[in-house]
Design a binder for this molecule. Structure first.
Ligand code: TRP
Length: 443
């Protein structure tokens, strides 16, 4: 089974070199590994929580999409979409909101930080706190469990949100009595050290110490590299490579051998000016081809739009049927079908045996046949399409061929193919109960 890896990128800024090395590059590399089914999306609904500047949100969506594509994201391989193009996500967010304890959200770090700041300022605890900020983790949980992601690579600051997503998913599963959602696991890239900025602190827009990725072209890249802060050692004097963030930056874009050679040169007295030129040339060598793709994409936003819509269509093909199952589960059901169900249910209730459908950990759809006392009689095969599962379930009572497959085990066939089998460890004689249950339901 493939591992589904999913991550979201909030569309509030312009990506810099630190974002590239810390998030974009490792995510794209992960998406090319065999057995990985990658879902990357632009978290533009999340952007609205942090930013009320429409022009900035619009610009950032475009730049981020172009950056990821230019950096090598293959939209045929990766499901790449905008959160706001998948209406199933906010709908699921509401279903989850209705099972999320407010107390859980009270404990969110981002919300607590706002409350603490307000206390320090001597204003109302919730001053300036929107419901968007407060419910942020629920929308994030919806992003993740909508697609039953197994692994979610994020920065350290997001770990609590992942714990909350698991909590919320588990609560929903428990309340509605089935394993609807996979519980996602957080992945922290320990290897990828945070890239230092020009002044040696973490590269971040809030410190104004970033190296631009594509903006401003080669000239802006060179200018930023030349502004990297170094010590005052002169050319000819040995430099402390390990202690210099210029070397840390170089290492993030070089093989271990190249880094060792660079380090030896610094320790041998290479001047900082020369070292900066070497770093610039290395970065430019890597970024120039990407920048060319980036510029070409930015010149044709309609092509990016097309790619993202295609991604959204793929995402919705999965989200739609999954949401249908969830709507059913919570009671948002087709009224016409319900009347028929009710009659059926009454008839069945008298006899007792029943089918229950559920969603498996891998996202596939299955059903079980239960006896009146709840004993599990059959488990179906996995279906990718819930409609197929439903159709098989309907036909089973009248058409199934039941046959023993071992001392106690048995299976049922439709059209000559196995569609369901006895659960593991079934007691001898259960095949007779199963035959009776199917006969009951066939009436
Ligand atoms: N909150 C994440 C961040 O700020 C972005 C995000 C939104 C996300 N939804 C997600 C990340 C789902 C992973 C999975 O970095």
């Amino acid at each position: 089974m493939n591992t589904r890896v999913l991550t979201g990128i909030t569309t509030t800024g312009t990506p810099h070199l630190g974002n590239y090395a810390g998030a974009i590059r490792p995510a794209i590399l992960a998406s090319t590994q065999p057995g990985v089914d990658a879902f990357f999306f632009l978290a533009d609904y999340h952007a609205l929580i942090k930013c009320d500047d429409p022009a900035r949100v619009a610009r950032s969506r475009l730049e981020l999409a172009a950056t990821w594509l230019a950096a090598g994201l293959d939209p045929e391989r990766v499901t790449f979409y905008r959160q706001s193009d998948v209406p199933e996500i906010p709908e699921l967010c509401w279903l989850l909101t209705c099972v999320t304890p407010k107390g859980l959200m009270n404990r969110a770090h981002a919300y607590k930080a706002s409350v603490d700041q307000n206390a320090a300022k001597g204003v109302e605890p919730d001053d300036g706190v929107t419901m968007g900020l407060f419910s942020y983790p629920i929308l994030m949980a919806a992003d993740i469990v909508m697609f039953n992601a197994h692994k979610v690579p994020v920065g350290r600051d997001q770990v609590q949100h992942l714990e909350m997503a698991r909590d919320i998913a588990q609560r929903f599963n428990h309340l509605y009595g089935s394993d609807f959602f996979v519980l996602p696991e957080v992945v922290i890239e320990e290897e990828v050290a945070t890239l230092p900025g020009l002044d040696g602190r973490k590269m971040s827009k809030s410190y104004n110490n970033t190296v631009p990725l594509f903006e401003g072209g080669a000239a802006a890249l060179r200018a930023a590299v030349m502004r990297i802060v170094t010590d005052s050692r002169q050319p000819g004097e040995p430099k402390d490579a390990e202690g210099s963030h210029l070397y840390t930056l170089y290492r993030a874009f070089a093989t271990p051998e190249e880094s060792a050679a660079f380090r030896a040169q610094l320790e041998g007295g290479m001047g900082w000016g020369e070292a900066k030129t070497a770093l610039y040339e290395r970065l430019e060598g890597i970024l120039a081809p990407m920048r060319e793709r980036y510029d070409a994409l930015m010149a044709h936003p309609e092509r990016i739009e097309e790619i993202l819509r295609h991604g959204a269509a793929r995402a919705r093909a999965m989200a739609g049927p999954a949401l249908q199952v969830l709507r059913e589960a919570v009671g948002l059901r087709n009224l016409g079908a319900q009347a028929a169900d009710k009659k059926g249910a009454r008839a069945k209730a008298a006899k007792g045996a029943r089918f229950v459908s559920f969603r498996d950990a891998d996202g596939s759809f299955r059903f079980r046949l239960l006896a009146a006392d709840g004993q599990e009689l059959l488990t179906s095969q996995a279906y990718a399409d819930p409609k197929q599962a439903g159709a098989a379930m309907k036909r089973l009572p009248a058409e199934a061929q039941l046959r023993a497959t071992g001392d106690a085990s048995y299976a049922v066939q439709l059209d000559g193919a196995d569609v369901a089998a006895s659960p593991e460890g079934t007691a001898a004689g259960t095949i007779d109960r199963t035959r009776d249950a199917l006969a009951e339901l066939a009436q």
